[in-house]
Design a protein around this ligand. Structure first.
Ligand SMILES: *[C@@H]1O[C@H](CO)[C@@H](O)[C@H](O)[C@H]1NC(C)=O
Ligand SMILES: *[C@@H]1O[C@H](CO)[C@@H](O)[C@H](O)[C@H]1NC(C)=O
Ligand SMILES: *[C@@H]1O[C@H](CO)[C@@H](O)[C@H](O)[C@H]1NC(C)=O
Length: 363
């Protein structure tokens, strides 16, 4: 009987508790609405690198419940009870928040702290209070190139390469807005060969045009300045090395317009002449290598010509014996081009006049 009584009392207590809890919930919702009106603190803004540690407070959290009872304030979140620990501390009784160190926006740009208000018995006095601290950027970082840039460009194109520096200051602000300029070009001649687009860092060839046959490598000293290049900006120097690639802008030339030589009767498979091609393009490339043709006087197929790739000479061979009874006069024409198509100009040609001799004379 006593047991049944105790059980009944317990059930009634439980019901009372549930009703009470529902009431507390309702009050909490009321508190939330009230909090919306009174306790949403505007974000606190603090400059990086500035010493606020002597200030009594940089923000204040407060519950108006402390009119009725003593309220104890604590802070939670990164910067309080999480790394970086105790950068922000709150006076337990007044709710004043102090900062204990100097802030660096490039490490943490915002601290989302939560203020907690409790009664002396540990129960929550207030729904948690958001305290957001935003760190305002200062221009304390120079642009950084981080590497040497290399680019290559052929003699006729215009876009060379792009250099990029990074700046740790706040993106989208002048503190991180980089302007590029070329401060030095080596070699200096034959003029200012490149320009750089101020904000993109793209390097272009000036109209002057490049000539690999003059210089095949340029070294540019590039400056990156934040504050969009203003005088008070931070600067960094970098290097871009630009290799000039060959194009076939030099046609092959023959040393002479007119060659003369002799051929023997009744001989064949002999070299009768070597004709040298001169070319300023890059040696041992198809822009330099000559391609010879006999364009006149070889109707009977007596001669062949091929290139000696080491010397760039045309090796003219007599490949069939000549019958001096039938042929009185040998007048060949030889033309030369490069293996690669020419970008500028045209190939060369020469005439070869052979005397018909008994002696073999390689002129
Ligand atoms: C906290 O604030 C109270 C009230 O302003 C003050 O009396 C007390 O000295 C402060 N405590 C500390 C540790 O600063
Ligand atoms: C701080 O809170 C805001 C809004 O909730 C969020 O966008 C941001 O990512 C948070 N920052 C950190 C560092 O937790
Ligand atoms: C030079 O480079 C440009 C751009 O890359 C290209 O369009 C052009 O064909 C190149 N010219 C030669 C001769 O290689």
């Amino acid at each position: 009987m006593a047991r049944a009584h105790i059980a009944a009392v317990a059930l009634v207590s439980l019901l009372v508790l549930l009703v009470f809890k529902a009431e507390v919930e309702a009050r909490r919702h009321g508190a939330l609405r009230r909090r919306k009106r009174e306790w949403i603190l505007p974000p606190t803004k603090l400059l990086e690198n500035v010493d606020y540690t002597k200030r009594v407070s940089i923000a204040k959290i407060r519950s108006d419940k402390d009119d009725e009872q003593r309220v104890h304030y604590t802070l939670t979140g990164a910067g309080a009870d999480k790394d970086p620990f105790n950068l922000f501390i709150v006076n337990e009784t007044s709710g004043h928040v102090r900062v204990t160190g100097i802030l660096d926006r490039e490490k943490f740009s915002v601290y989302n702290l939560t203020g907690i208000a409790r009664y002396s018995d540990g129960s929550l006095a207030e729904t948690d209070i958001d305290l957001r601290i935003r760190v305002i950027d200062q221009n304390d970082n120079s642009p950084k190139f981080g590497k040497k840039f290399t680019g290559s460009v052929n003699e006729s194109s215009t876009l060379v390469t792009q250099v990029i520096a990074t700046d740790a200051d706040e993106e989208g602000t002048d503190n991180a807005k980089i302007a590029y300029s070329i401060v030095k070009q080596e070699p200096v001649d034959p003029g200012v060969m490149f320009y750089i687009e101020k904000n993109s860092g793209k390097i272009f060839v000036n109209d002057a045009g490049l000539d690999r046959e003059l210089h095949d490598l340029y070294t540019l000293t590039i400056k990156a300045t934040d504050m969009d290049g203003a005088e008070n900006g931070n600067s960094e120097i970098g290097t871009a090395e630009i290799k000039i690639l060959d194009i076939n802008d030099n046609p092959p030339r023959l040393e002479k317009d007119m060659y003369s030589g002799n051929v023997d009767e009744n001989t064949d498979n002999v070299v009768v002449m070597r004709i040298k091609a001169l070319d300023d393009d890059l040696v041992n490339t198809d822009n330099w290598l000559a391609d010879f043709k006999i364009d006149k006087g070889n109707e009977d197929g007596l001669f062949s010509i091929e290139t000696d790739p080491k010397t760039n000479e045309g090796i003219l061979k007599l490949i069939k014996p000549i019958d001096f009874e039938k042929i009185k006069d040998l007048d060949l024409g030889v033309s030369v081009e490069n293996v690669a198509p020419l970008v500028v100009g045209a190939g060369d040609r020469a005439d070869i006049d052979f005397g018909l001799d008994l002696g073999l004379d390689l002129t």
